[in-house]
Design a protein around this ligand. Structure first.
Ligand SMILES: Nc1ncnc2c1ncn2[C@@H]1O[C@H](COP(=O)(O)OP(=O)(O)O)[C@@H](O)[C@H]1O
Ligand SMILES: [Mg+2]
Length: 253
């Protein structure tokens, strides 16, 4: 069996006749933490939204576990866990109710559902706070709850879209550690970010995206070799600057 879990072929999304995702060809292998690194506006979220069938591609195709997620949605949806960039939690629901809302969508019921809720909350360190309303949580706790909502059905592929924006360093490190743990436990991960340090710290392979296109793809070492003349120790920031002529850091908030 192929070890490719997800493949996009010439995937394109146009808004007002402008391609914001432009003939994207990526292959994600089972077991990797695949980083999609690019500035704000590069097209990362649009790509993830197309993979999760939230946004309809203008052209091109997606294959997830050998199937077309748009045509065989029911068969693949429960194998996918999407942690969106915009928080998808409800402030007026308690932490456990938020997880229940999403996890029950995947058909879990009764004791299985209860266990999945507790396991997910424990996983993100919020089990003791399960009866508190989400609106009273800190930014980092909300981000963690957002993750709990997407993992209860134990998906094969986890997609994190900028999960660490605007949170404290402790929550950030917690989330990065959890992503590595999920991956060790068998999940394949796509991690999008405009923070090159994070991508470099956790990803096994990285695609650099700019203006809807993949500029380069490989391990961090391979990307650095593309632009360095040999022995110098350069950063991904310098790789991005050399390949695009732009500073990635200018985009960071
Ligand atoms: N629904 C939409 N209508 C029009 N333009 C959009 C829409 N969604 C995204 N865009 C544009 O597409 C580009 C890529 O956006 P996005 O995928 O959110 O990038 P990223 O996640 O890399 O920051 C941006 O220029 C954005 O303004
Ligand atoms: Mg985005």
């Amino acid at each position: 069996m192929s070890d490719i879990i997800l493949k996009t072929t010439d995937l394109t999304k146009k808004y007002h006749n402008k391609a914001v995702v432009d003939n994207l060809n990526i292959e994600i292998k089972k077991g990797e933490i695949f980083g999609l690194l690019g500035p704000n506006g590069a097209g990362k979220s649009t790509t993830m939204n197309m993979i999760c069938s939230i946004v309809k591609p203008t052209a091109g195709s997606i294959e997830f576990l050998g199937k077309d997620p748009r045509k065989q949605k029911k068969e693949v949806i429960h194998k996918l866990g999407y942690i969106p960039q915009e928080l998808a939690i409800h402030g007026n629901l308690k932490a456990w109710e938020n997880v229940e809302l999403f996890t029950s969508l995947y058909g879990l019921k009764g004791e299985d559902l209860k266990k999945a809720i507790d396991d997910s909350l424990e996983y993100v360190g919020l089990l003791e706070r399960k009866n508190e309303f989400a609106k009273n949580f800190s930014g980092g706790m909300k981000r963690r709850l957002n993750i709990a909502c997407a993992i209860g059905h134990k998906p094969d592929l986890l997609i994190f879209d900028e999960p660490t924006v605007g949170i404290d360093p402790q929550s950030r490190n917690f989330i990065l550690d959890k992503i590595k743990e999920s991956n060790k436990n068998g999940a394949t991960v796509i991690y999008t970010s405009h923070y090159m340090e994070e991508v470099e710290a956790i990803c096994t392979r990285i695609a650099i995206m700019d203006n809807g296109k993949i500029i380069a793809c490989g391990t961090s070492q391979e990307l650095k070799k593309l632009v360095s003349k040999g022995d110098e120790d350069i950063t991904l920031e310098e790789v991005f600057l050399t390949l695009t002529g732009k500073k990635l850091r200018d985009y960071a908030e």
